[in-house]
Design a protein around this ligand. Structure first.
Ligand SMILES: O=c1ccn([C@@H]2O[C@H](COP(=O)(O)O)[C@@H](O)[C@H]2O)c(=O)[nH]1
Length: 271
C-alpha cells in the first residue's frame, strides 16, 4: 500500500485506528475453545465487527508462533480475512545480518502478503535495508517504545546530549523514505512524541500504548499529527478483551467506535 492510499483510507473512515490482534489462547472467551481453530474464530469475529472503524490491523506474531505450525496457518488465514484496503502490520520485531533479514522479509512480504513488518534497528543498516527492497511494503522501525525498559537504551544521551532514539531516527532516514518507512513511537511518551516529530516531520508513526497501557490519544494527536495525519494508533487488549462473554465482538466494535469518534474530532482539530 502507498502512503497516499493509506491517507485516503484515514480520510474516508475519519480514523487512524489500528486494531491489535494479540489473540491469546488463554484470554479469548471460553465458549470459543470448542471451535476447530479458536484463535481464527476469535480474530474473524473481531475483524468483522471492527473493520468499519480500523485503517490497520496488527497481528502480534508472538501470539501465533507460540502455537507452532498451526499458529502460522492461523495467521495466514487471518491475514486473508482482512479487507485489502486495510493496512496490515506483522508485529514481529525482526532484524538480523543481511542474508537472514532478506529471508525474514520474504516470509512476511512474499509468503505472507503483509503491508509492513516491525523491525529492530539495533543491528544497523544491513539488517534493515533488505526489508526495504519490496514495492509498496513498509518497515516500521522501533524508535521510542512504550515500555518501561525503553529507558535502558533509547533514552541514553551521548556527549552532545542527544538520546539514542534520536540517533536512530536521524541515521535511518538515509535507509528509506517516508514512503516506505514508519517509526514505532509509544503513546506513553507524551511530549517526547513532539521531539520525535521534529526530527521526522513527514513519516508515519505506529503508536502503541493507548488503552491497556494508559497512553493518551489526545496527547498523541497534539504532538504527533502532521499534514497527512502521520499516525496509526494501536489498541489491542483495550478492544479485543473488552468483554469475556459471547458478546466480545460487539463490545470490541463499541470500543473501536469510541476511539474512532475521538479520532474524527482530532483529525478535524489538527489536520
Ligand atoms: O513500543 C511498543 C511496541 C510494540 N508494542 C506492541 O503493541 C501492542 C500493544 O498492546 P496493548 O494491549 O494495546 O497494550 C502489543 O502487541 C505490543 O507487543 C507495544 O506495546 N509497545
Amino acid at each position: 500500500m502507498t502512503k497516499a492510499e493509506l491517507f485516503s483510507q484515514i480520510k474516508k473512515k475519519s480514523s487512524f485506528l489500528c486494531v491489535g490482534l494479540d489473540a491469546d489462547i488463554n484470554k479469548i472467551p471460553k465458549h470459543l475453545l470448542k471451535e476447530k481453530d479458536p484463535i481464527f474464530s476469535f480474530c474473524k469475529e473481531i475483524i468483522e465487527e471492527t473493520a468499519d472503524f480500523a485503517v490497520a490491523y496488527k497481528p502480534n506474531i508472538a501470539f501465533f508462533e507460540a502455537l507452532g505450525t498451526e499458529g502460522w496457518e492461523t495467521l495466514q488465514k487471518v491475514l486473508e480475512l482482512i479487507p485489502k484496503e486495510i493496512f496490515t502490520i506483522a508485529d514481529a520485531k525482526r532484524g538480523d545480518i543481511g542474508n537472514t533479514s532478506k529471508l525474514y522479509a520474504k516470509a512476511f512480504f512474499e509468503k505472507m502478503d503483509f503491508d509492513s513488518v516491525t523491525v529492530a534497528p539495533y543491528m544497523g543498516v544491513d539488517s534493515v535495508t533488505p526489508f526495504l527492497e519490496f514495492d509498496e511494503k513498509w518497515v516500521i522501525l522501533l524508535a521510542l517504545t512504550s515500555n518501561a525498559g525503553s529507558m535502558d537504551f533509547q533514552l541514553i544521551k551521548d556527549e552532545q546530549g542527544k538520546p539514542l532514539y534520536q540517533t536512530v531516527l536521524e541515521k535511518s532516514q538515509s535507509w528509506g523514505s517516508d514512503e516506505n518507512m514508519m517509526y514505532v513511537v509509544g503513546a506513553t511518551r507524551g511530549e517526547l512524541i513532539g521531539e520525535v516529530r521534529k526530527v521526522v516531520p513527514d513519516h508515519f508513526f505506529l503508536v502503541p500504548g493507548v488503552g491497556a497501557q494508559g497512553g493518551s490519544l489526545s496527547e498523541v494527536a497534539k504532538y504527533g499529527m502532521n499534514s497527512t495525519c502521520g499516525l496509526l494508533v494501536n489498541s489491542s487488549r483495550g478492544i479485543i478483551y473488552a468483554s469475556e462473554g459471547t458478546d466480545f465482538a460487539k463490545v470490541a466494535r463499541k470500543e473501536s467506535e469510541k476511539l474512532q469518534i475521538e479520532m474524527k474530532d482530532l483529525l478535524e482539530k489538527y489536520l
